[in-house]
Design a protein around this ligand. Sequence first.
Ligand code: ADP
Ligand code: MG
Length: 704
Amino acid sequence: MTAVFDIGPLIAPVNRLQGVGPARAERLAHLLSRESAAETRVFDLLSHIPTTVIDRREMVSVADVVERTVATLTVKVLRHEKSRRPGGPARIIAADDTGELVIVYFRGGGAWRAAHYPIGEWVRVSGLVEMWDGRPQMVHPDQSARVEGPEAPADTQFGLEPVYPLTQGITPGVLAGLIGEALGRVPDLTEWLDPAFKSRAGLPDFTAALKTVHQPQEGRDILPASPARRRLAYDELLASQLALAVVRDRDRTKKGVARHWDKAIVERLEASLPFALTPSQRTAVAEVSADLASPHRMIRLVQGDVGSGKTMVALFGAAMAAGDGGQTAVMAPTDLVARQHYETLAALLEPQGIGVRLLTGRISDAERAATLAAVEDGSAKVVVGTHALFQSSVTFKDLALVVVDEQHRFGVHQRLALSEKGPRSDLLVMTATPIPRTLVLAQFGDMDVSRLTDKPAGRQPVETRAVSISQIDAVMDRLAAALARGEKAYWVCPLVEDNPALEVESATARHRTLTKRLGPVVGLIHGRTPTAERDNVMAEFRDGALQVLTATTVVEVGVDVPDATIMVIEHAERFGLSQLHQLRGRVGRGSRPSTCLLLYKGPLGEIARQRLDTMRATNDGFRIAEDDLKLRGEGELLGTRQSGAPSFKFADLDHHADLLAIASDDARLVVNRDRDLTSERGRALRVLLALFERRRAIERLRAG
Ligand code: ADP
Ligand code: MG
């Protein structure tokens, strides 16, 4: 058999299909989440898979129909009834041995109805049955056909019908027609799977799998566990893993830079710290140091629970890089955290003669211009920022190290974009979420890991209590007493999903009541607080002029005010487990005992109750992440809601995590054996990469 690598028909734009003009192509682009009609490919249409099926095969008699279900009935037409008022519905009365069915049309002419439903003839109709005036009725049957008689054999029209997500302007009929046509164009491509794996896993051919998913014979054919879905999921996961493996292979072998620095810099820096490093910080710093000194590129994850002191690892990495004249970019998840990292790093590095700059979307134009110039001429050795660091206007003289904090908020593409600013740079990713291996694989292919397993000495576990909101007065009394002892507190306002305006409103209202009760020691920050004001409020809270910080979830990650001891979370039942843990991690950072109060509004749902129980039971981030995973499922943790996370069309990590692990091994093996993908399987795999648009990997392969 000759190899078929031509995927032209699949990557052709959708307007090549019959009946797709410019307007329909636009609607399809919208439906398939593509930027433009020109970008929307025939394969995108085939990647749009049904969410459920309607089974029209089972026929029922009128007496047996269940209200509000889809049913298929064979009935004899008795008479047509015109509406009494013009424009009203037309009714067709039909019946079988067991009773009458009313078929209703709001549109369509009488002639059409007379031809389709001739009196005295049998018709088969399928659609939603409802009761009206005590009689079953079907409004605009989805399917209808004349048949010989009640026993006439079933037609494919009354089979299993896939149901797709739709958008305005694309009806089920139109979509089914287009998908049918697209299926007819799928070439019999040369297999890219390892034959032994394929047969062991019981996976069908690619083409057969596409057909099964779009033309299911059984309802289970479209479920994630079906062989067809698993085949397509594996293809998609393999494409993503292979792309990561190829990029990683190129990154690795394209040599990194062996950095050299004067060890005295590191010693001086360590001596200047107000505390001793923990043993695991020390180990992590040694690992980073070895990576920076080696000629290979570092790709390393630093995992450590909230408060474990990850920032220190970045600090030492930056100092070492600077010792060799190299620059470090530190990416923070929010403006607030960027600013805080900037302050921490500047306070410790500037005294060692290492210049630190801040670059966020909120600094003034003049400041920005000065920073960009300092980054370009190399005088700024460390630049801390948010997404602004990705921008093309940022040019580094010698980017040695990229540090990404709280990595789960950034996607692979952003990471790649940043590391391209220093094509030989090392990468350090810091995260509090102990990312399960499957997620690391999905995002990075694979990486080395340093774990911060111990917390700084003298830390005390945070005491956590769940308290009903009805006790809020008592909570305020206790808070007032704590403030009188000089303590500091965060008061986090309810999460209002998808409505930041409401969230701001409730924070503002809470700020008012707290100020009334506690006096002028309460500050407020939320997503819309102007930068300058936010900086002031944070500074006042840190310095003690303010003792309470009312906030939305803007304080969720990374905020560090070590002497804050009380965390109140209002409507705690609305927050996810890892979010609660992150928030709680804002306290318990010093040597004083801390408290976290979870104010909830009952009655609690089962999952909310479990979350609060877990929070009370443990301070251990690893255990919390495990429970979180159980409660939410991996797919959600991977976060389709979080920007930049890979989103899959066929794969669903709640069901296909096993395939991800296999795909990762498979991809690594392929790249080890055939790094240019030139073998027969390698060439077939290039087709797979093209099909799933792994452009960057393809470019790297072309570049050799
Ligand atoms: P996270 O891992 O949550 O990012 P941070 O890096 O923000 O933690 O550190 C939390 C707090 O602990 C900071 O105030 C930091 O100065 C402090 N810290 C870090 N390392 C140590 C240490 N070895 N001993 C004492 N305090 C430390
Ligand atoms: Mg941090």
